[in-house]
Design a protein around this ligand. Structure first.
Ligand code: PEP
Ligand code: CO
Length: 458
């Protein structure tokens, strides 16, 4: 890399010609059609007046950490549900998801000997891109379900009609979620002295439990040793930081939470720390790219097997013209079958620019398949294969894989096949709960963390 990114995050400059609403002049895909314009205006006015969910200084702290991950001094762990839903805004679900992410991060910290940047797909992951605008069942045509932020999954006309009041509800549920996460962390839930708090009550005799508990004991010994050495307790071990992220899909919602703040120039999306552009909305001339180019948050873009090198470089110039440290993360999601042919040209092209962005791998979304009975699943073997290839291909290209992006849950689900218990097609029927994409369960998630350590820590 030709540039050094060791300096602290530098302020850059406002994006020329950008306004929080300049996206409205571009084609906006994946947006619902609200039947009642006045109800939409009313909901947006409410949202604009409500307090934000995160602060600009948290956002800038995360940007700094992402810059460090890009430079190889941290590792990014980003994970959570494919889509949150309003009904799952419950203490047990939120705490269990946090536990899995904490356990994974502990495995990564210990194995990689690097601090981990922890980012949840939560507190706002309520809007979903769909492949068609409408869904047909038995001859009945209704709008597709676009996530709880837009409409209800039940297949009747009232439920499927996009309702702007859901954006106000989504903001409230996001606030409840982030409030609980903050309270847990402030209360010592993420205290490294007590990793036993993170054990999930339903996990018994997991094939991975013994390995995990050996690791916890070894960390416990190191913590006690360090504290004996320095003669006091080490404050930073008392709490793990968590940041939030979601796909910035529903642009009216994102715009309403885009704010100016005292003593900072420019605009921040204060609805989440780390928004990303999904693969279906990463069009260079589209509304999503226009919206994202002007906010000061760190942003990520999903790239897939159809992304070409030239188009990607133009996208980087638009989203990160100054190559600002921590500003941009590229999340590749090629699929195990395509990564070896599709990723290397992109790695070479970006490397040639000397840019210091962060590379992350989403081994989930390129490996989704539909079984004969219509059930969506992912094979753990393909997920593992894609992740292993990603490390190898970055190594060969002279770039660095500095993060992973996963769909997982602390719920005891059977949605992905394979893994430590080798879940089969018949197991899927037992506990399949996702209304969208299949998620890794606890054991599969922990197994992936151990695999990352074996590949990257070696
Ligand atoms: C997602 O992250 O849930 C998603 C829809 O991903 P992608 O944009 O990569 O398809
Ligand atoms: Co998904």
């Amino acid at each position: 890399m030709s540039k050094s990114h060791s300096s602290p995050v530098a302020a850059v400059r406002p994006a020329p010609g950008w306004r929080p609403d300049s996206w409205t002049g571009r084609p906006a895909s994946q947006q619902p059609t609200y039947p009642d314009g006045r109800a939409l205006e009313h909901a947006l006015a409410q949202l604009r007046a409500l307090p934000p969910l995160v602060t600009s200084w948290e956002i800038l702290a995360l940007k700094q950490q992402i810059a460090e991950a890009a430079a190889g001094r941290r590792f990014l762990l980003q994970g959570g549900d494919c889509a949150e839903n309003f009904a799952d805004c419950r203490s047990d679900i939120i705490a269990d998801r946090l536990k899995v992410l904490l356990q994974m991060s502990l495995v990564l910290v210990h194995g990689l000997q690097l601090p981990v940047v922890r980012v949840g797909r939560f507190a706002g992951q309520y809007a979903k891109p769909r492949s068609t605008d409408t869904e047909v069942r038995d001859g009945v045509v209704l709008p597709s379900y676009r996530g709880d932020l837009v409409n209800d999954v039940a297949f009747d006309a009232a439920s499927r009609t996009p309702d702007p009041a859901r954006m106000v509800e989504g903001h409230a549920r996001s606030a409840l979620t982030i409030n609980f996460v903050r309270a847990l962390i402030d209360g010592g839930f993420a205290d490294l002295h007590h990793p036993e708090y993170w054990d999930l009550s339903w996990v018994r005799h997991s094939p991975l439990e013994a390995e995990y508990h050996r690791l916890v004991e070894s960390i416990g010994r190191s913590v006690r040793f360090m504290e004996t050495l320095v003669g006091e307790s080490i404050g930073s071990l008392n709490r793990a930081e968590f940041y939030t992220s979601h796909e910035a899909l529903l642009l009216h919602y994102e715009q309403a939470l885009t704010r100016e703040v005292p003593r900072q120039w420019g605009w921040f999306n204060l609805g989440t720390h780390f928004p990303w552009i999904g693969m279906r909305t990463a069009d260079l001339d589209g509304a999503h790219v226009e919206y994202m180019r002007g906010i000061r948050n760190p942003v990520a873009v999903k790239i897939g097997p159809s992304t070409g090198a030239d188009a990607l470089l133009r996208l980087l110039d638009v989203l990160d013209p100054d190559d600002e440290p921590g500003r941009l993360t590229l999340i590749h999601r090629m699929g195990a079958a395509h990564i070896e042919s599709r990723l290397p040209p992109l790695l070479r092209a970006v490397r040639g620019t000397g840019r210091g962005l962060l590379w992350s791998c989403d081994p989930m979304h390129g490996n989704t398949e539909t079984l004969g009975n219509g059930v969506k699943t992912r094979r753990f073997d393909n997920i593992r294969k894609e992740l292993e290839s990603a490390f190898d291909l970055h190594g060969e290209a002279g770039t660095r894989l500095g993060g992973v992006h996963l769909e997982l849950t602390g719920d005891n689900v059977t949605e992905c096949m394979g893994g430590a218990r080798d879940l089969s097609e018949t197991d899927l029927a037992r506990a399949y709960r996702s209304s969208v994409d299949p998620r890794l369960n606890y054991e599969q998630a922990l197994e992936l963390a151990m695999l990352i350590v074996r590949k990257r820590g070696a």
